[in-house]
Design a protein around this ligand. Structure first.
Ligand SMILES: NC(=O)c1ccc[n+]([C@@H]2O[C@H](COP(=O)([O-])OP(=O)(O)OC[C@H]3O[C@@H](n4cnc5c(N)ncnc54)[C@H](O)[C@@H]3O)[C@@H](O)[C@H]2O)c1
Length: 256
């Protein structure tokens, strides 16, 4: 009988990460739910087969420790979902712009470097595995007033492609899930105005935001043996946003 697959999910305290940890568990994995905030992981207490691990993905020591926990607890690591991310408005002239840039890059890009660096060798040793990097539509297009986030997600995408090339021969697949607007705390909690959210939805061809569970489904597909010949791919899960060349919804003149 095959051993129970072991998965870790970073940023699993909320949103897409929590939905992914729950779905991987449902699909038969034991799961390490990793988050910088131990309080955010309190939901884990009620789910058998999910273990909470406190770690900051921008720290090399924490990445080493979270992978070590997987190996010490379960003897292997099959899936790593590098999902933890932060988003902040950045203005070029703001006093804290460079500081904000450094922190966003540390979590969203350096976090991917460290995640791959520590997870991939252990997966390779165990015969192979699958890494899914959660980037964003903001990594293939740019949003206004978010230069740091845009840069960090573009970096995450190409880091994943580079990792896919470098680890393919050792049986580790690396893919990217690029979500569009998804109803989680990152978009809510007052950080984005209701008017902006309404405008955002109007510009999504499917006319709504995603649910975190929809992103989790796409992540689990990339992580699973169903995607066994998929590596270095970027799966857009964005309701059609990046299919658009710039005019959406259609103005009256074009529909007449
Ligand atoms: N929600 C969206 O609309 C959307 C769109 C595109 C991409 N994304 C990306 O999806 C991922 C998840 O986003 P979400 O909306 O679920 O976010 P969220 O804010 O709901 O959850 C993110 C979780 O990551 C944790 N976290 C933050 N910094 C961390 C660190 N340094 N180390 C470990 N954990 C950390 C937070 O504590 C939080 O629990 C992010 O990478 C985000 O950029 C989200």
């Amino acid at each position: 009988m095959d051993p129970t697959p072991v998965a870790l999910v970073t940023g699993a305290g909320a949103g897409i990460g929590e939905a992914t940890a729950r779905l991987l568990r449902e699909r038969g994995h034991v799961v390490l739910a990793v988050d910088i905030s131990p309080e955010a992981l309190s939901w884990v207490d009620s789910v058998d087969g999910i273990q909470a691990v406190a770690a900051d993905v921008s720290s090399e020591a924490d990445n080493a420790a979270m992978v070590r926990t997987a190996v010490d607890s379960y003897g292997r690591l099959d899936v790593a979902v590098l999902n933890a991310g932060i988003a902040r408005r950045t203005h070029w002239e703001a006093e804290d712009a460079v500081e904000a840039y450094d922190r966003i890059m540390a979590v969203n890009a350096r976090g991917v470097v460290l995640g791959v660096r520590h997870a991939a060798p252990v997966m390779a040793e165990g015969g192979g595995g699958s890494i899914v990097v959660v980037a964003s539509t903001s990594g293939v297009r740019a949003d206004p007033e978010r230069f740091a986030y845009n840069a960090s997600k573009a970096a995450a995408i190409n880091l994943a492609r580079a990792a896919a090339l470098d680890w393919a021969a050792r049986g580790v697949r690396v893919n990217v899930l690029a979500p569009g607007p998804t109803s989680t705390a990152i978009l809510q909690g007052g950080k984005v105005s209701p008017e902006h959210l309404a405008e955002l939805t109007r510009n999504i061809p499917l006319q709504r935001m995603a649910r975190p569970e929809e992103q989790a489904e796409a992540i689990c597909f990339l992580a699973s043996p169903a995607a066994s010949f998929v590596t270095g791919a970027v799966l857009m899960c964005d309701g059609g946003i990046t299919a658009n060349a710039g005019i959406f919804p259609p103005p009256p003149l074009l529909t007449a």
